[in-house]
Design a protein. Structure first.
Length: 267
């Protein structure tokens, strides 16, 4: 996705009457501020709007028969032990097989879509942990040009990427499922279907936490005894029909983000 691509919007019906829990900003709005947050959300959630240098590179992996049609029990437990090790707080030490590649892609999606990406120091550590060594410098340079003080302000953050006093910044990605579309002994292309949250939780927030759906495609390479990212791209959807549920208050959302931790994904 290029920076000029249109981003999809998720609409949630708010209760009729009473106060708006997000200070008057409704999720289905078409205001300039909401449009900006939607675009920014796509960038933050797995850096979809950033054109990585040398993205093409070709895919040398061999196509597998039936790769586009996962088995009926695709999400059933495999019996494989989940990863035990961590690198910079990110699960590492994946199995050298299809399942290991899927687990790596899911966990890397979570890391790239986290609020930690707004910190230069933390972002560099994440990239050094999950990108093939030869591509780290390219990723760092590209993201340094994207995560600027102006960019942070557009999201509602301070210049250094932290949330203003009284607000909780939410940027979280949750993989729903994975699919290997091609693989060979030391390479795999994996699609990860995800749901994401982005926004500022706070009583006077004009950028409330919103939800989006997207699919990430990662080309992975087996290097230094683990799966690492070579290229990365994203597209919108599949997006389910929004449920007719009341939007939570800013306090409820902030409390949930602080109390509910994320997961380690392993098949």
């Amino acid at each position: 996705m290029s920076p000029g691509d249109d981003a999809g919007q998720t609409r949630t019906r708010l209760p009729e009457g009473g106060g708006d829990p997000y200070g008057g900003a409704r999720r289905g709005g078409r205001s300039s501020s909401r449009s900006l947050v939607t675009v920014v959300g796509v960038v933050v959630l797995l850096i979809a709007a950033i054109a990585f240098a040398n993205r093409g590179g070709g895919d040398s992996a061999a196509e597998e028969g039936g790769g586009d049609s996962p088995k009926s029990a695709a999400t059933a437990p495999s019996g494989e032990k989940p990863v035990k090790a961590e690198s910079a707080g990110i699960p590492s030490g994946y199995a050298h097989d299809r399942q290991g590649a899927e687990s790596a892609a899911a966990n890397y999606a979570v890391a790239l879509g986290s609020a930690e990406m707004f910190s230069k120091a933390r972002r560099d550590v994440i990239l050094q942990s999950i990108i093939v060594p030869a591509r780290v410098a390219d990723f760092e340079e590209t993201l340094d040009r994207a995560y600027t003080p102006e960019f942070n302000k557009n999201v509602g953050l301070t210049d250094d990427g932290t949330a203003p006093k009284g607000f909780t910044f939410v940027s979280r990605t949750s993989p729903i499922g994975t699919k290997v579309t091609s693989s060979s002994a030391d390479a795999a292309t994996v699609e990860v279907w995800c749901s994401g949250l982005l926004g500022l939780a706070g009583e006077s927030s004009t950028n409330p936490v919103t939800n989006s759906w997207f699919t990430i495609t990662m080309q992975l390479q087996w290097t230094t005894d683990d799966w690492k990212i070579v290229t990365h791209s994203q597209k919108d959807g599949p997006t389910p029909v929004p449920g007719d549920k009341r939007a939570s208050s800013a306090d409820e959302m902030a409390k949930a983000v602080e109390e509910y931790g994320g997961f380690t994904y392993a098949r």
